[in-house]
Ligand binder design. Structure first.
Ligand code: ADP
Ligand code: ZN
Length: 585
């Protein structure tokens, strides 16, 4: 590797070069990292001090499809380093050529930052080069954002009639689900400039810098309207103020205050629309969600199986696929993968194919790539084992079957085992047919049984139970307790034992002062009502054991059951003779 003089630069600049697709080649040394810009961006060489682990660095480079070499200054690691070099650089050549070609046409003009200047990457009109066609498997989000495209393109239509165009849209979803990609696609579709910055970039340096960067970013945007400002990792600046036990973080608060001021100080009608992304909406300062700020929220979910097929399709277009490759089969194996994981999978497979000197990527390459990708994901516990998926599937079908037989207007509308968000592994959606303000006693019993249907299914099928039902159990217990202590639906009679409704559920000590006997009676009744509900749920599932089996297998295959297919299945669920008695109490 011929060494030419290279200018020292900062890590953040390196990252912005990477993100703008300007980096041609990287050489990793033991302490330094040297890189060269593509010729069309001047071809300069830079060097930076290495920070972080080698593995992080390599995955960063991989995620941007940049070629790199590792040069070891230390002879005893030379072989390993050489191997990595061989493996990665040769593979990248073939696997990522198409990507590189694509990125190099993006042509962003990076504005180097000075202190207090925002280092937002500014793309010229229509030049994000990304359209909705590049984003797959998130149709609902696309539909909602289509509206934003229209605001940007046909702003006059809205202004004339006196409509207020929303200022801010918050994209909410797990990492790698395509939020950034969607934001770029909105800019690409509307053919407007795209100014992007990450929340963490605002708060990195000195006090006061964040706020002035925000000001600067908005000023820039106003000059280029119509345009899009995109703030990634909004939570880095938007964390709720005032609940920090170590006293506030002044810098972050100043930055957030400035952001709020800027948002209030412009009008969506000026043609600037702010998009922001977060995977932790619950920690955002409520001020950000007030009307006139981020008043719209778009959920960007992990894809279900058909979504994954589409996403794989988008990325497979960029590599040469062998004839034996079956994207549907790959999609079936990648439950829980986000779009970025799928993109990574395709690229890893292409790397492996190149390493094996193949002309095309074969199914075996996908198999091997899958092992690698999954190893990385398992660390972040994103992917369920087969047994876990089965448990979740039986559990959800259990809820659905029990729910289907219970009185009241709640219809089971959807069962899904696509993992969502941080906690839920699956869910069963019941939609009320009308707004209900009163629950009848039998309906309440039915609800408790439905909540316990998940746990009952685990017991019926595996004769073993998991921790996955704790939320259901808590809710069921609350309902059972409320029935007795607040709704007066039990043999203790219509007596309210709740001192304060709000507090009651959180603390058993806030019951109206009652005798020990009554307390014991309440406990007994709660237990009885839970046990009866749990028993009937088990009876229902035992009676419908075959249907439970076939439905679960279908759910495992499709991941989602809804519409007429689900309706058809649920209409076959048989009621045990004990049901009527249970509902009467
Ligand atoms: P996020 O901003 O939600 O963390 P990104 O938009 O940065 O995710 O996604 C990273 C990369 O993963 C994208 O550049 C794209 O290659 C791929 N990707 C993610 N989601 C999708 C999707 N829905 N369709 C196609 N590609 C996707
Ligand atoms: Zn459940």
């Amino acid at each position: 590797m011929p060494t030419q003089s290279s200018a020292q630069t900062a890590y953040s600049i390196f990252v912005s070069h990477l993100q703008a697709g300007k980096v041609e080649q990287v050489t990793i040394k033991s302490r330094l990292l040297e890189y060269r810009l593509k010729d069309e961006f001047g071809g300069q060489r830079y060097s930076i001090q290495k920070t972080g682990s080698q593995a992080d660095l390599i995955s960063l480079l991989n995620s941007h499809n940049v070629q790199f070499d590792t040069v070891s200054d230390n002879s005893d690691t030379a072989t390993a380093a050489g191997l990595i070099t061989l493996l990665l650089s040769s593979g990248l050549l073939v696997g990522a050529l198409a990507w590189l070609a694509k990125f190099s046409t993006e042509g962003g003009i990076g504005l180097d930052m000075g202190v207090g200047k925002s280092n937002a990457r500014v793309y010229q009109k229509g030049k994000t080069g990304i359209t909705f066609a590049d984003v797959a498997g998130v149709d609902e989000a696309k539909q909602e954002l289509q509206e934003v495209v229209d605001f940007l393109q046909n702003g006059d239509k809205y202004r004339k009639i006196g409509a207020k165009i929303p200022k801010g849209v918050l994209l909410v979803g797990s990492p790698g689900t395509g939020k950034t990609l969607l934001a770029k696609a909105v800019a690409g579709e509307a053919e407007v400039p795209f100014l992007s910055m990450s929340g963490s970039e605002f708060v990195e340096l000195y006090v006061g810098v964040g706020a002035s960067r925000v000001r600067d970013l908005f000023n820039k945007a106003k000059r280029q309207a119509p345009c899009i400002i995109f703030i990634d990792e909004l939570d880095a600046i938007g964390k709720s103020r005032g609940n920090n036990p170590n006293g506030g973080n002044d810098e972050r608060e100043q930055t957030l205050n400035q952001l709020l001021t800027e948002m209030d100080g412009f009008d969506g009608n000026e043609g600037v629309i702010l998009l922001a992304a977060t995977n932790r909406p619950e920690i955002l300062d409520p001020a950000l969600r007030r009307p006139g700020r981020f008043d719209r929220q778009v959920l960007v979910d992990r894809p279900d199986k058909s979504g994954r097929i589409e996403i794989l399709g988008v990325h497979a277009r960029k590599v040469i696929l062998g004839e034996d490759v079956n994207l549907e089969e790959i999609a079936a194996q990648t439950a829980g993968f986000a779009g970025a994981d799928l993109a990574n999978l395709v690229n890893e497979a292409a790397l492996l194919a190149a390493r094996h000197n193949r002309q095309a990527v074969l199914m075996v390459d996908f198999g091997e790539a899958f092992e690698r990708v999954i190893a990385g994901l398992e660390k972040r516990s994103r992917v369920l084992t087969l047994r876990e998926r089965q448990t979740v599937a039986y559990h959800e079908v259990g809820h659905a079957f029990v729910g289907a037989l219970m009185p009241g207007g709640d219809k089971v509308a959807k069962i899904s085992i696509v993992p969502r968000g941080l906690g839920a592994l699956g869910y069963t959606l019941q939609t009320p047919e009308e707004d209900r303000f009163l629950l009848l006693e039998d309906e309440l019993r039915g609800k408790i049984a439905t909540l316990l249907g998940g746990r009952a299914a685990e017991l019926v099928v595996f004769n073993k139970i998991s921790t996955g039902a704790s939320d259901d159990i808590q809710k069921a217990t609350e309902l059972a307790e409320k029935a007795i202590t607040q709704y007066g639906m039990s043999t203790v009679g219509p007596i309210s034992f709740a001192k304060d409704e709000g507090q009651f559920l959180n603390s058993s000590t806030s019951r109206r002062t009652v005798s020990g006997e009554v307390t014991a009676e309440i406990d007994r009744l709660v237990q009885q009502s839970i046990n009866q509900a749990y028993e009937i749920a088990q009876k229902i599932l035992e009676l419908n054991r075959d249907l439970l089996e076939s439905t679960t297998q279908t759910l495992l295959k499709q991941e989602v059951l809804e519409g007429s297919q689900l309706k058809m299945i649920l209409s076959q669920v048989k009621a045990p003779t004990e049901l009527a008695e249970f509902l009467q109490g």
